[in-house]
Design a binder for this molecule. Sequence first.
Ligand SMILES: Cc1ncc(COP(=O)(O)OP(=O)(O)O)c(N)n1
Ligand SMILES: Cc1ncsc1CCOP(=O)(O)O
Ligand SMILES: [Mg+2]
Length: 238
Amino acid sequence: MGNIKKLDISAYLVIGPENTKGRPVATIIKEAVSAGFTCIQIRSKVASARELIQLTRQAAEVIEEAGKSDEVALLVNDRLDVVLAARSQGIKVDGIHVGQKDIPVKVCREYLGEDLIIGLSARADQLFDYIKTEDVSQLDYFGVGPLHETPTKPDCGIGEDGKVITRSIADITKVAELSSIPVVVGGGVKLADIPTLAKTGVDGFFVVSAVTEAENPKQAATNLVNAWNNYNSKTKTF
Ligand SMILES: Cc1ncc(COP(=O)(O)OP(=O)(O)O)c(N)n1
Ligand SMILES: Cc1ncsc1CCOP(=O)(O)O
Ligand SMILES: [Mg+2]
């Protein structure tokens, strides 16, 4: 797992410059980490490779300043090239999150080696069969969603018929039971969802707007982490 002692995806922030209402990405990451967020993903569909490397550098710096480099994982969305470039510049980035249409997991693993983290978005359709049968040997966790339709990613959960499939709490509970690797759930997740989500047996929640668009991101992050910790009844170990 590289420098990360144990991957913790219980409170997972996904963030890019298009999500922050003009506020610096690094400031919001700093606030989320100090509130207890355990995993950070740099995700931007508009930033250039150089900008993504710079955002990753700043994120690694604020995690280090908080003294949490060996416990808070820093991942990059989609961009294997950015992960490799950042690492070659000495930036402490811990892995990548890819989806079904991105660079295949096998290729990511070849380039990143055994120790880095690779997360994969689960297929939207035939989710249960997929979770049961997919080869997870190269994977560290599944991202599953959306819990609700979300303007942050309107195409999240689109099935082959073009319709968005949202996930019920019963679906999520079943995914937690079926999966042999950790599961993190996101897509429209807000504070009010956390008590129910925390009891499903999944390993965590991921959010963008609940923190990045909040008037007070630090308070919003604190409330989410506290709610998760108060209601999480998970005892499953991997
Ligand atoms: C933790 C987590 N889960 C799912 C996603 C979605 O990834 P993907 O399906 O590749 O979509 P984009 O984020 O690339 O638009 C994620 N980013 N993080
Ligand atoms: C990146 C991503 N992947 C699946 S849904 C999503 C966006 C979630 O954003 P929000 O938490 O604002 O609904
Ligand atoms: Mg992707």
